[in-house]
Design a protein around this ligand. Structure first.
Ligand code: C5P
Length: 226
């Protein structure tokens, strides 16, 4: 069976607030997405890397992508889950093929964390994700910015990507992709009654979301590339 990385990159980056979607913002002289693709394409265990962009995307074609394994699908949808579901449907994979879905905006994923996921999930019956145990104390907030409750952090994890599942199982799970509770692949698999594996992620694999995140991503890439 093949291992295919699927990269949803069809978001608008509305929280980021820039005119250019965050996946195309410049980072060390390249679009942010290029750094994400460098890690996935550089992994010998990954056979194909497929980027899903919006049908209205005006940016992707304006760059030269030097990645030999790279393919692009212009089938992005209204939500991340729909972008992934559309991409998966367009690929017509074998049920046994592994899909590693990875956010375009997680450009600081390390090769070591990616390899850890591949190694720890390849023999798993369900699949799994990179995730980090919650380190901070978690508060439930009110609408007016007061603390309503403290949520015990014991056993809480923050989901990262890649999220690695068999194409057949993920396709079945994402038939419900329009369901708003599906905010990652694992949540769709959980709705089928399965318990995906948690594999230790890393702090540097954060999702560029807010404007100040770009400086942090830049600093991390600088550190890991020296
Ligand atoms: O918006 P958020 O940061 O959660 O997006 C996570 C990833 O999903 C990003 O890489 C974004 O480009 C992608 N996405 C997508 N289609 C959407 C919304 C988000 O491919 N409609």
């Amino acid at each position: 069976s093949l291992r295919i990385a699927l990269v949803p990159a069809a978001g608008h980056g509305s929280r980021f607030g820039a005119a250019t979607p965050k996946q195309y913002l410049p980072l060390h002289g390249q679009p942010l997405l290029a750094h994400t693709l460098d890690v996935l394409c550089g992994c010998a265990d990954i056979d194909r890397v497929v980027v899903v962009v919006s049908p209205a995307d005006e940016w992707f074609d304006s760059y030269r992508w030097p990645h030999a394994k790279l393919e692009v699908l212009r089938v992005g949808g209204a939500s991340r889950a729909l972008s992934v579901a559309n991409g998966l449907a367009a690929l017509a994979l074998d049920d046994d093929d592994w899909l590693l879905v990875h956010d375009a905006a997680r450009c600081c994923l390390s090769p070591a964390a990616l390899q850890r996921l591949l190694d720890e999930v390849q023999d798993d019956a369900i699949g799994g994700i990179l995730a980090q145990p919650v380190a901070d104390t978690v508060k439930q907030g009110t609408k007016v910015g007061r603390i309503a409750a403290t949520i015990p952090r014991e056993g809480l994890w923050l989901a990262q990507t890649p999220q690695m599942f068999r194409a057949g199982l993920l396709g079945e799970a994402l038939q419900d992709a329009a369901n708003p509770v599906i905010t990652d692949e694992a949540s769709a698999i959980e709705l089928l009654g399965h318990a995906p594996k948690l594999v230790l992620g890393e702090a540097q694999n954060f999702k560029v979301t807010w404007p100040q995140d770009l400086a942090l991503a830049s600093a991390i890439l600088q550190l890991v590339n020296v």
